[in-house]
Design a protein around this ligand. Structure first.
Ligand code: CP3
Length: 376
């Protein structure tokens, strides 16, 4: 495999796909993604529409999670309600990482309290060969929801800024891990077995991992393009579980497919946020993907994380979501600490290090938005 140093890789990705330039009048959120100066730090939250919010639970009473995702009017309403209730600077479309599995021919469901379950996990080359890549247009309901949200937030708000619209998809590794494990996992044994099989040319499954990566990239590219066409300003690529990988395994099996996906999305003219959890050791490698923004989790102090990511990227983060349960004085101290570590450098988007969890007091989330508006 041909390898370049981090600096050379970054330079190559800049030459191949020039960094996007924020169109005039774009939101402070989009400008921050591109490391352009902003009037104040933009803020939004991972999983800002979810079970912690009574408005969402009211909708959930009458619809399953997948029904909400697949009904554009309802998905748009949930997205809009959360963004307006919190007063944040960006709205992430209400959808789920696993939606592309259906048109790929992989059935799954959300089992209450257990998360997603794939009934026939992908474990062999034959399984990968059976996955379809020709039906991504069936995901068009997500783009329809984005259209409704983009139209709703078209006009500037009271402060003159327009809200950023975030589309998203999973990264190849994290989606593959759900396909292969059949659900959430602790040790990713079957995922890593399939990954490692690709290094053994004689193995019957040697071609499974590269083919799976190729198929995921094809479907995710089309899915992201639908979202951008519908009005998404930015695409976030969730590699939530990449932190389970050593730097060497990430480099050998995941860096190239992730870089390819991000390159294709950036070529659509939007910035890409690349997010994972427990990734401090991976940040220098993550910056080689060409992503405009890297998500930081709370385990790494923001300034150290930014140093590891490099000055050529923006960063998003990184309050511990559980700090939202802390007394106001602690919450305020932690928020101010993160702002101080960012030190007003262009390219910081305030967020959590991972998603809001059920039971989080909504008032504390709103308190954080107020603190950012005051001190950001
Ligand atoms: O405003 C928002 O951010 C919500 C939209 C959203 C959902 N899923 C809806 C959802 C987003 C951005 C996702 C992405 C997603 N889905 C990720 C990446 C984000 C992350 O947290 O790292 C992942 C790993 C998934 C897969 C998934 N979906 C899991 C593991 C679970 C169960 C875990 C849990 O929180 O219960 C889901 C279910 C899910 N997706 C819920 C929501 C609101 C909660 C269940 C429900 O409402 O019935």
């Amino acid at each position: 495999m041909l390898r370049f140093s981090a600096g050379v890789n970054r330079l190559l990705s800049e030459i191949l796909v020039p960094a996007s330039v924020a169109p005039p009048g774009s939101s402070r959120f989009v400008r921050a993604c591109l490391r352009q100066p902003v009037d104040r730090t933009p803020v939004w939250f991972l999983r800002q529409a979810g079970r912690y919010m009574p408005e969402y639970m009211a909708v959930r009473k009458n619809h399953s999670l997948l029904e909400i995702c697949r009904t554009p009017q309802v998905a748009a309403e949930v997205t809009i309600t959360a963004a307006e209730r919190l007063g944040v600077d960006a709205a992430i479309i209400f959808a789920d990482l696993l939606l592309p599995f259906t048109p790929m021919g992989l059935d799954f469901e959300f089992v209450n309290g257990e998360g997603p379950v794939v009934h026939q996990p992908v474990r062999s080359l034959a399984h990968v060969e059976a996955l379809r890549t020709d039906r991504a247009e069936e995901l068009g309901y997500v783009a329809k929801a984005i259209e409704i949200v983009a139209k709703h937030f078209e006009a500037p708000r009271a402060d003159g800024d327009t809200l950023g619209i975030i589309g998203f998809c999973g990264a190849p590794f994290t989606l593959a891990s759900y396909m292969i494990e059949g659900g959430s996992s602790r040790n990713y044994i079957d995922t890593k077995k399939l990954m490692y099989a690709s290094s053994l040319p004689g193995s019957p499954d040697a071609k499974a991992w590269p083919l799976l990566m190729e198929k995921l990239i094809a479907v995710l590219t089309e899915y992201a393009q639908q979202q951008v066409n519908a009005g998404a300003d930015v695409i976030q690529v969730f590699d939530s579980w990449a932190g389970a990988l050593s730097v060497s395994d990430y480099r050998d099996y995941c860096l190239a497919p992730t870089t390819e996906l991000i390159k294709r999305i950036r070529a659509m003219g939007v910035p890409v946020i690349y997010f994972g959890v427990d990734t401090a050791s991976l940040l220098p490698t993550f910056s080689e993907t060409g992503a405009d923004v890297l998500g930081l989790d709370w385990r790494v102090p923001l300034d150290e994380g930014w140093k590891l990511a490099g000055s050529g990227v923006a960063v998003q983060g990184n309050l511990d979501p559980i700090t939202l349960f802390a007394p106001e004085s602690v919450l305020e101290a932690r928020v101010k600490e993160i702002l101080a570590l960012a030190n007003k450098r262009p390219g910081h988007i305030f967020n959590l290090g991972h998603g809001i969890v059920p039971g989080t007091p909504v008032d504390n989330v709103i308190k954080v938005v107020e603190l950012i508006k005051q001190h950001g």
